[in-house]
Design a protein around this ligand. Sequence first.
Ligand SMILES: Cc1cc2nc3c(=O)[nH]c(=O)nc-3n(C[C@H](O)[C@H](O)[C@H](O)COP(=O)(O)OP(=O)(O)OC[C@H]3O[C@@H](n4cnc5c(N)ncnc54)[C@H](O)[C@@H]3O)c2cc1C
Length: 310
Amino acid sequence: MQKKHYELVILGGGPAGLSAGLYAARARLDHVLIEKGATGGQVLLTDWVDNYPGFPEGISGFDLVDKMTAHAKRFDLNTLMTQVSRVDFSDPKYKRLILDDGSEMSCDALIICTGASANTLNVPGEHDLRGKGVSYCGTCDAPFYRNMHVAVIGGGNTAIQEAEYLTKFASRVTVIHRRDELRATKILQEIAFANSKIDFIWNSRVTSIEGKNGVEGVNLIDTSGKTSTLAVEGVFVLIGVTPNNEALPLDLLQADKWGFIPTDLETRTSIPGVMAAGDIRSKAVRQIVNAVGEGATAVLAAEAYLQSLK
Ligand SMILES: Cc1cc2nc3c(=O)[nH]c(=O)nc-3n(C[C@H](O)[C@H](O)[C@H](O)COP(=O)(O)OP(=O)(O)OC[C@H]3O[C@@H](n4cnc5c(N)ncnc54)[C@H](O)[C@@H]3O)c2cc1C
């Protein structure tokens, strides 16, 4: 039976939330972690995690989540599986959460760990080949594409930075962009244009991704309507991420222009007693390892805030 008021609510059960949950439970805070789906967040979409410390052979996303959840449960992590539809800070000392079924809950301190979602192309083949050659994170998956020809879809900073990073592994990287110039900053463009392993297909978009057990190619259409096929063994879809912020009062949290939440180094937002950790934060790097670190930092900030109320 859940209570109506907690000292601390952790909103979201991805890596940031699970790490916050571990620290909160271990510190014996009066807490609950609220998750609308299954704990694990985006890691559940990750076939194989090769860059999380402590697992020298790598680990499947599912097993990593399982271990993180079991670790927090060992200290009696309290979880509630439901969706928060709205967070209300009209009384900033007494944070209200309105749940999907219309019921309410409140807390003194709140850690927002609602994460983000990678934007998808929504073309045939993309869903079925996810994790089998279709990736949304170059930093995460580049080493799996050693000596292969891969395509990068996108033209912003992330796409071009990741294309550059991919050339450390892939034999050739083809950037496919729907415009005739990149949105990435000039310095990134210069580096990419000077890299002999990177080539570009302009004014084109992907209409489908082909392959049976792995990616074999992408079908393209250009702005004149001409179609073509490019044979590649991997496709990196790097067309941005969308913050999971539907339930949050973005104005009060002073969200950035993309809807991410700015914080200080201790993960404190503009509202006293409200912290944000993981991919929902306004930041450059979105990885499991820093989501986990921020979750822990957020609990320490929450403890300091709760102490200040006494
Ligand atoms: C395909 C893919 C592969 C990746 N591979 C790697 C990798 O190999 N290595 C790596 O370091 N990083 C990888 N990443 C990035 C990594 O998964 C994220 O950085 C990390 O999961 C962020 O953790 P988080 O807890 O901040 O958010 P998330 O993982 O996004 O979790 C947020 C959680 O909050 C819940 N939630 C959101 N809103 C609500 C609400 N209103 N009510 C209740 N619950 C809510 C969601 O259901 C979700 O479970 C990958 C990402 C993707 C998409």
